[in-house]
Each structure stands twice: as structure tokens, then as C-alpha cells.
Design a protein around this ligand. Structure first.
Ligand code: IPE
Ligand code: IPE
Ligand code: MG
Length: 248
């Protein structure tokens, strides 16, 4: 029996890795790579709706990235603040709803205000949900969700915990892409990655583009997602073409 054709991924998540190496290869400061990375993100956001993607979740700054040199951390905060200020009008024009996932308590007042304003300005947009994981870690996500449930006296089950996680408005990603030739999750979406298809590319994030995205989508289309079933079961079930719900 041949593998059934897969629908396209509705929700893609990306570990945008390789900015520093992209800059070093050009004898530029690492921060130049991060700036170039913002341009790549703009291109990929633009490329999602025509490809049927309704949610894009990107890893921009991890809980562990505080361990980097102070000037790089400060530079990343500045790039975020600047990118938000510059890009909100474009996001509005393109119908993109932006949301920030991660711990905000230890961000500066300026950055926090920027995140809140960008979210408020795009809240009613529907063409794409862009989740930017900033000061995010999968362990933080799970531990803080569990702590909230415990504080409310709610029983901790898979369902109640899932509903408390930062990405609950979108559901789990179908496809996780990591650029930069590393094969690890680095504390990204640990819970939500349970059944995502994983795709790794050598390309450094600033070099990733629409054709690289298409290559990932092509690879996704060749996979059979079984969720524990046998290949034949999946093939039979998909013959009845069960329509999937959009994640957002
Ligand atoms: C990813 O690129 C961006 C962040 C982690 C903020 P890196 O800065 O990790 O780039 P490499 O891996 O050092 O090349
Ligand atoms: C993961 O990249 C975090 C982001 C892309 C924001 P890192 O470059 O920080 O990951 P490690 O340290 O190589 O695992
Ligand atoms: Mg890296």
C-alpha cells in the first residue's frame, strides 16, 4: 500500500540558528548576523500565507541565551525593540497577528512595552499567527504551567497542562525546522514537539529563503505521520480524507 499524501503543515516552528557563524564567515560582528536574521524572518513570514501555513512559531531568544556575553544580549534586546517598532505597520498591512511567548518579568520596561504594543496593534489580524519565542524555554513553559494549575488547585492532566502552555492558542507544530546544522531542540517547545516532524538544514538562518522553505515543505510532504499507528492503518484512514482543523 502506498503512503498517503500528506496535507501541508499548517503550523511551522523554526529554530533560527546560525546567525553568529554567518557573521563570522564574513569577518563581521555576531550582531550583524542577528540583524540579517531579522530580514530573513520578514521574508519567511511573507512566504507563509501563500503556502497555506496559518501559524509560524520562531525561536528568537532562549532562556539560556542570557549566558552569552553582555554586549550580545544587549544587542539582541535592541534588535528586538527596533524590529518591533519598524515592522508593526507591515505586519498590520500583511494581516499578521504577532504574539510573544516567554518570561517577561526580567525584560526591560522598554522591551515589555514594545511587545505589548505590537500584540495589541495586530490582535485582530488573521492571515498568519506569528509566535515569537523570546526569553522562552520549554522547561520554563511546562514548569510555569504546572505551577499555575497547582496554585488553582486544578488537577494536572495532559489536557489541563496543554491548555496552560504558552502555545495553547495554536496547538502543536506539524513541522519543526532547525537551521545552522545542529540537531537538537535546545529547550524549544519540548512538550509541543512530541509528534512534530523534524527537519534539519545546514543553511545558516540568514541564508534561509523561500526555496529553502519549499525544500522543507517538500520533505514534509514525503513523510507519513503515524501517531503510533501502523502504516496501513494510516493509509486506510487517510483514504476517507479526514479534514484537519486549522491550528489557530
Ligand atoms: C541564533 O543564532 C540566534 C540566537 C540564538 C539568538 P546564533 O547566535 O546561535 O548563531 P550561531 O549558532 O552562533 O552561529
Ligand atoms: C537556540 O540556539 C536558540 C535560538 C535559536 C534562539 P542556540 O544557538 O542558543 O542553541 P545551542 O546553545 O547551540 O544549543
Ligand atoms: Mg547557535
Amino acid at each position: 500500500m502506498t503512503a498517503p499524501k500528506l496535507s501541508k503543515p499548517l503550523h511551522i516552528a523554526i529554530v533560527m540558528d546560525g546567525n553568529g557563524r554567518w557573521a563570522s564567515k564574513r569577518f563581521l560582528p555576531r550582531i550583524a548576523g542577528h540583524k540579517q536574521g531579522v530580514d530573513t524572518l520578514k521574508k519567511i513570514v511573507h512566504a507563509c500565507p501563500p503556502r497555506g501555513v496559518t501559524a509560524l512559531t520562531v525561536f528568537a531568544f532562549s532562556s539560556e541565551n542570557w549566558n552569552r556575553p553582555t554586549d550580545e544580549v544587549t544587542g539582541l534586546m535592541d534588535i528586538l525593540a527596533l524590529a518591533i517598532a519598524r515592522e508593526v505597520p507591515n505586519l498590520r498591512k500583511e494581516g499578521v497577528q504577532i504574539r510573544f511567548l516567554g518570561e517577561r518579568a526580567n525584560l526591560s520596561l522598554r522591551v515589555k512595552k514594545g511587545l505589548e504594543e505590537a500584540e495589541a496593534a495586530t490582535v485582530s489580524n488573521t492571515s498568519l499567527i506569528l509566535n515569537v519565542c523570546f526569553n522562552y524555554g520549554g522547561r520554563w513553559d511546562i514548569a510555569s504551567a504546572a505551577a499555575r494549575l497547582a496554585a488553582n488547585g486544578t488537577e494536572i492532566t495532559e489536557e489541563s497542562l496543554s491548555n496552560e502552555l504558552a502555545l495553547t492558542h495554536c496547538g502543536d507544530p506539524d513541522l519543526i525546522i532547525r537551521t545552522g546544522n545542529e540537531k537538537r531542540l535546545s529547550n524549544f517547545l519540548l512538550w509541543q514537539a512530541a509528534y512534530a516532524e523534524l527537519y534539519f538544514t545546514d543553511l545558516l538562518w540568514p541564508d534561509f529563503d523561500e526555496s529553502a522553505l519549499d525544500a522543507a515543505l517538500h520533505e514534509f510532504a514525503s513523510r507519513q505521520r503515524r501517531f503510533g499507528k501502523t502504516p496501513d492503518q494510516v493509509a486506510d484512514r487517510s483514504a476517507k480524507t479526514v479534514e484537519r482543523q486549522a491550528p489557530c
